[in-house]
Structure formats: structure tokens, C-alpha cells
Design a protein around this ligand. Sequence first.
Ligand code: UT7
Length: 319
Amino acid sequence: MFARLAGTGHFLPEHILTNAELERRVDTSDAWIRERTGIRERRVCSADESVVSMATEAAKRALAAADLPAEHLDLIVVATTSADRAFPSAACEVQHALGITDTPAFDVAAACSGFLFALSVAEKYIVSGAAKHVLVIGSDALTRMCNPDDRNTIILFGDGAGAAVLSASTEPGILSTHIYSAGEFASLLGADHPNRSDEAFQQEAWLYMRGREVFKVAVEKLAELVEHTLAFHQMKATELDWLIPHQANYRIIQATARKLNMPMAQVVMTLEKTGNTSAASVPIALDVAIRDGRIQPGQTLLLEAFGGGFAWGSALIRY
Ligand code: UT7
């Protein structure tokens, strides 16, 4: 039994935050941001939008694409680290918003790599026969966790959600998933949950990132990861049709593509207009390229992500 991608969807908030606007807020420039990251603009949640509302919208679009009523879902997994509430989980709230009940629903926390971790869980449920249809969502609103005065982080992140319905099939779909974690890097990237009452702590609870150091480890781990994923299948990079990377930084993506000897024309990029949407970035890119017709049935896709934890992961998929 295989888990196949039956439908995908994504949602981005309407409000656009441009580099020009950031120039007015912090000591930065459009030229610096574009040159160092490749980002021109990102989307930001309005007061009445949230991780749950974005996730629900992306889920509805994925279910419609899969032509599957929500009642048929056996499991809902939401990858997020920025939900409004510690509990109930975002997944429980999404389940309710979809108008269903009883379906097991839980969150997975693996920061920017969350979607790959959630996909890995979903795949195992399907391959083991424990579920037929699983809804996997990546949804994050990291702009809410960034100190508006911190130019290191505020330029990088955007909000959004992406979703995929996985269904059991006798035809190959997800060929394999590979996930890794290394907790010793916690001081380089993280955000404390603002659930402590002392005011001093609240002030310190913003997302922190030692960008240059994160960059170095990301490039190194992603190179190992894509190499390992291909070796696992005794596959050559030339057999890949599309690389669908986490959209954190153009230069990190370029380094991974170079490692694979893949031209950038075969790399799905949304970064310029979305910024880094954390757990949402891979499923958003996946959905964009499916909907615009670049990704075609039978093609082979390599998905990868790296982020806080550190946690990183890949999936090799026959679409
Ligand atoms: O999603 C997963 C986790 N996150 C990532 O993968 C992010 C990984 N890191 C990065 O993408 C990059 O490290 C950044 C985009 C965050 C930064 O780019 P960089 O090329 O590594 O810059 P840097 O931190 O080495 O800073 C270079 C210079 C510094 O000035 P000096 O010391 O050379 O005078 C910074 O103070 O740029 C300065 N700088 C800025 N200047 C204008 C830092 N941030 C900014 C800014 N605008 N926003």
C-alpha cells in the first residue's frame, strides 16, 4: 500500500508587507533584503485571521481538489509552532471548522520542517493500513512571533498555510520520507512560548535567530539530506523532475540545487512573494506548481526543509 497525493491547496492572507514598508520600520533596505534572501514581499495575517483559519481554508481547497468530503478523513495532522493556543491543538480546531467530529486530530511541532514531519506520520498511518485518507496541513503565522524592531527576523518571515490530502493507493505515491532532529542547536533558532506571566519574560519571548550560523548548518545538512534521499532509492538527480524546497533563503535553495546539479528552472520558488512561511512553505510551493500545471502526473518530486530544532526532512514523491 502507498500513500498518494490526492489533492493540495493553500491559503495566503491578503495583506502584503513589502520591503519598501520594512525600510520605513527598521534599518534595512529593499536591496539588502533581495540580495541576501531573494524576498520582495510577504503576507501578514489580519487581526481576524489565524493559524487555524488559514489552515482551514487551505484544507478546504485540498479536499475540493481531492474531491473528498471531510467526513471521509481518518486523521488530521497540522504542522505548526505558532498557533494561538497551546491546546486544544490547531488540528482539533480545524476538525471542528470543517464540520466533522471524532476524526483523530493532532499537531506536530517541527518548526519550518513541520510539513515533512507531518507527511512522514501520515504516510506511516496509510502504509500500515491504519488510515485511508489523511489531511496534512502546514500553517504558521511567524510574523506574530517576530519583534517588529528586529531587522534580523522581521524581514524574513511571512504567514500562510498549505495542505495536502493523502489517500491509500496501490500505485506508488510517496516513495519515502526522511526526518532528522538535532536538539543541540536550540540556541541558534527558537521562540519561547509566551505562557509565563512575568513581564520581563514576555519581553524576551520573541523569535530569536543567529542567521549566519543557521545558514551554514542548513546548507550542510540539506546537502547530506538530498544525497541520502537519492542514495536510498539508488536514484540519480537527473531522474528528478522538480525540487520543492523550504523557502527560507534563495542562496540556501541555490546551494541545494547546485549539489543536485539541477537548474533553477526545475526548482519551485515562491519565496519572492511569500517570504519564509515556516511549516507552510513546502505545501504552498507544492500546490502552486500543481495548480499552474508545472507538476504533471508521473513526475518525481523531491521535497525538503530545514528549520528550528534543528529539524530537517525530505520526501521523494511520484505525483
Ligand atoms: O527557516 C529556517 C530557518 N532560517 C533560515 O534558514 C535563515 C538562515 N539565514 C539566513 O537566511 C541569513 O543568514 C540571513 C538572511 C538571516 C542574513 O543574511 P547574512 O548574509 O547571513 O547576513 P549576516 O547576518 O551575516 O549580516 C551581514 C551584515 C551585518 O552587518 P556587518 O556586521 O557586516 O556590518 C548585519 O548587521 O548585514 C547586517 N544586517 C542587515 N542589514 C540590513 C543584518 N540584517 C540586516 C537587515 N538589513 N535586515
